[in-house]
Write a protein that binds this ligand. Structure first.
Ligand SMILES: NC(=O)c1ccc[n+]([C@@H]2O[C@H](COP(=O)([O-])OP(=O)(O)OC[C@H]3O[C@@H](n4cnc5c(N)ncnc54)[C@H](OP(=O)(O)O)[C@@H]3O)[C@@H](O)[C@H]2O)c1
Length: 492
């Protein structure tokens, strides 16, 4: 349940962190290698091969390859790891299209333009595998399954639903059951070196300090299914059930992490947890983004004059990370592997090393938008408040009343009203994100920092993933121009 007391600024967090140290210590031994050693430190002692050398001659399996992260992951692997053998991509049939057609559609997206122009032959390395993670055995052909079993060295499991408004049942079916099925297949792979799961930094969003460790299971799985059977999607019952989690999506990701920890068996397993994933910063296409998620829609709604108030405070941190940084990080983590038998967790995020507040991010975005965007409604600097009463009042004064009057004027002119209708989605989004916009999480990233330190200068250049190198005052204008170009304008 949303609580105003969750709105903490970073200074409060330091105190809180001290109180939590005792709790965290109890799990340190679970994170460390079975001999008590630090798996990342241990592996640092060895000299590393370059990232592209690691992937040379190897094949990888990507789920969720048609998604926002998946496309950048595939593009970066093909662009920078020229000698990779094959990328098998699980693609479900959709809207009458088979996986081959969907792959062609995917390659028409501008994020692949550079690869197509400079390394066209690399595209032949993508092998579509028709399948669906909600179906038994992923519904893949026996011959395809055998190819995967014989050839794959690294699995990147990214497929999921990230829609907060999806039914709890479907979220569990895709995220939890889907992960079980992808793991079952991965366990059969003869040459598997790493199973890498894409979670989220907010899989433990019921905590304010989020360490790179797997926390105790939030719910027994039987309890979850019995809740779904008895309550369906009753909003009040669900809010009580998730008990401190922002939504059922984040809870499902926590349950996946626990499942993975308990069932990875002998698979060397890595969990990467990105925070809010934002448009490409550097390569292959600065500003590129293909879906309206979290921060993207919020900043855009503010800049288009649709949102004038959000839940939050002046110093609440917006933990975001560009999608190319996340994908480069995943590629690096896959190459470095996990020498220990325990699951390694990496938070791929910015708040602990290079924080930016929602206030500053929104202001930088708005400033750029005012230079380029031409929208119907007049935007203004967004108001941030933790008080529901103030949010409701400001919404009434700044959004609803002007929309009502504008609609009245349209009716008087004999035109169809539209402004009140335009308010519905941004208000829903603002409420769905209130947990994230009003909570300053302290997401630790020590493991990630150590991993990035293993890169030499060339690989740091080819696979930029260090959040400290994001200059927000440059990135936010680029973010804004990317949204205007790739999401607000007709798709290419
Ligand atoms: N975006 C973020 O801000 C963010 C932040 C933190 C973590 N993550 C994690 O990163 C991963 C990727 O997120 P994203 O933003 O790339 O999501 P996305 O754009 O919505 O992509 C989801 C992918 O999963 C696939 N998928 C969904 N259901 C499937 C099914 N039943 N069978 C096979 N494939 C299925 C989708 O395939 P179709 O094309 O067929 O729908 C798509 O390729 C997720 O695990 C997510 O939890 C994302």
């Amino acid at each position: 349940m949303y609580k105003l007391s969750r709105c903490l600024v970073l200074s409060d967090i330091c105190n809180l962190e001290k109180k939590l140290i005792f709790k965290t210590d109890r799990y340190v031994s679970r994170y460390n290698g079975s001999d008590g050693s630090d798996p990342i430190k241990t592996s640092q002692a060895k000299p590393y091969e370059s990232i592209s050398d690691y992937y040379a001659g190897k094949s990888v399996f990507v789920t969720g390859g048609t998604g926002f992260l998946g496309k950048v992951l595939i593009e970066r692997l093909l662009f920078n790891c020229s000698d990779i053998e094959s990328i098998y991509v699980l693609i479900r049939g959709k809207k009458g299209l088979k996986s081959e057609n969907r792959l062609q559609q995917m390659l028409d997206v501008p994020v692949f333009d550079k690869l197509k122009a400079l390394k066209p032959s690399a595209l032949k390395k993508i092998i579509p595998i028709e399948g669906d993670i909600t179906k038994p055995n992923l519904d893949i052909k026996t011959s395809d399954e055998q190819q995967l079993i014989d050839n794959v060295s690294v699995v990147f499991h990214s497929a999921a639903t990230v829609r907060f408004i999806e039914s709890f049942e479907d979220i569990m079916k895709i995220n939890y059951e889907g992960t079980r099925k992808v793991m079952d297949l991965s366990k059969k792979m003869k040459n598997l070196q790493t199973f890498l799961y894409l979670s989220t930094s907010f899989s433990n969003a019921n905590k304010l300090v989020i360490d790179e460790m797997i926390y105790p299971k939030p719910k027994a799985i039987d309890e979850v299914y019995s809740f779904i059977d008895n309550n369906g999607d009753n909003p009040k019952a669900t809010e009580d059930f998730v008990n401190g989690y922002p939504n059922t999506y984040t809870l499902s990701k926590a349950l996946c992490e626990n499942y993975i920890e308990e069932n990875h068996g002998t698979m060397k397993t890595i969990i990467v947890r990105p925070s809010i994933v934002a448009p490409v910063f550097k390569e292959p296409l600065p500003g590129w983004q293909d879906s309206w998620v979290a921060a993207t829609a919020t900043f855009s709604d503010i800049a288009r004059g649709l949102t004038k108030v959000i839940y939050g405070g002046p110093n609440v941190i917006c933990d975001m990370i560009p999608v190319d940084y996340v994908c480069n990080f995943i590629i690096v983590a896959g190459a470095r592997g996990n020498p220990s038998d325990d699951v390694i967790v990496y938070n791929s995020c910015s708040s602990s090393s290079n924080p930016i507040s929602w206030r500053r991010a929104a202001d930088l975005y708005l400033k750029e938008s005012l230079r380029h965007g031409k929208y119907e409604l007049k935007p203004r600097q967004v108001e941030l408040t933790t008080s529901k009463l103030k949010v409701d009042l400001l919404t009434l004064v700044l959004q609803t009343t002007p929309s009502f009057l504008a609609d009245l004027w349209m009716r008087l002119k004999g035109e169809s009203p539209k402004y009140l209708k335009m308010q519905e989605r941004p208000v829903l989004l603002r409420d769905l994100l209130r947990f994230f916009t009003s909570t300053s999480y302290h997401i630790k990233s020590e493991n990630s920092r150590k991993l990035i330190e293993t890169l030499d200068e060339r690989d740091k250049f080819l696979f930029p993933c260090d959040p400290r190198t994001i200059p927000w005052q440059t990135y936010m204008p680029l973010f804004c121009r990317g949204i205007q170009k790739y999401l607000l304008k007709p798709k290419h």
